[in-house]
Write a protein that binds this ligand. Structure first.
Ligand SMILES: Nc1ncnc2c1ncn2[C@@H]1O[C@H](COP(=O)(O)OP(=O)(O)OP(=O)(O)O)[C@@H](O)[C@H]1O
Ligand SMILES: [Mg+2]
Length: 231
């Protein structure tokens, strides 16, 4: 890692499909993302935002070029290295992906499972603390079917945060939230950056969130066409 730059992409290309159908989705991306900052990815539908996010998040193999994640090269990395790196990351997706048969508490506990067995009462305390911060103290024993869309999304945010990730990747995390709860979630992520140095990379179309971003990167047809600081 160069200084506090947990994500460095160099000459990154990505392709989908084989033979005649092979199509390039990411074109020569070169970006260094600073630690503790909130970076927003914008761009039209199909511009490569999710592809780029999943490449950075070790959810897709790097085909061409380089991504250095927290000092580790992802191109050619072994599955064991990728698994260890993923444990240090948190993911929030547009679809909340909660387990319908588990309560809010049990869903958030899943965010700690990847770290292996621990002291159950400490884990529960951490889960209830984060659910409380997200305004769900009185919903900890609810099943997803009895929660609103915004409440489910906040459970998913709690699950991503409970393991104290170093980097959070979020793909339109506020899409199911009303304006105020969306703003609150992003403000919380930003505060984590300032207090604990957590780095957030977020895809969003929400203009109100841009005000909170430290950096806004715009993609078009798989290329970086804009890189700015709001304000
Ligand atoms: N699994 C896949 N197989 C083939 N093509 C894909 C696949 N995933 C994405 N693509 C293509 O890659 C390009 C970028 O897709 P991507 O999902 O990254 O866009 P996006 O910017 O996230 O769009 P949206 O805002 O609609 O979510 C698109 O042309 C898409 O069709
Ligand atoms: Mg997408």
């Amino acid at each position: 890692m160069v200084g506090n730059t947990p994500i460095i992409m160099r000459g990154l290309n990505h392709f989908f499909g084989e033979g005649e159908a092979r199509k390039q989705a990411i074109w020569d991306v070169n970006l260094a993302l600073e630690g503790g900052k909130l970076t927003v990815l914008m761009g039209p539908s199909g511009s490569g935002k999710t592809t780029l996010l999943t490449l950075m998040g070790c959810l897709r193999n790097v085909q061409e070029g380089s991504i250095e994640l927290m000092g580790h090269e992802l191109h050619g990395a072994s599955e064991a290295v990728l698994v260890r790196l993923r444990r240090r990351l948190g993911f929030i997706f547009q679809a909340h992906n909660l387990h319908e048969s588990l309560t809010a508490t049990q869903n958030v506990l899943m965010g700690l499972e990847v770290q292996g067995a621990g002291d159950r009462s400490k884990q529960l305390a951490a889960v209830h603390h984060i659910l409380g911060l997200l305004g769900l103290a009185d919903r900890v024993d609810y099943l997803p079917q009895n929660l609103s869309g915004g409440q489910k999304q906040r459970v998913a945010v709690a699950r991503a945060l409970v393991g104290n990730p170093e980097i959070i990747f979020a793909d339109e995390p506020t899409a199911a939230l009303d304006k105020d709860s969306g703003h609150n979630v992003v403000q919380m992520l930003k505060a984590l950056g300032q207090s604990r140095g957590v780095t957030t990379v977020m895809v969003t179309h929400d203009n109100r969130i841009l005000e909170l971003a430290d950096r806004v990167i715009t993609l078009e047809e798989g290329r970086v066409v804009g890189d700015s600081k709001p304000g």
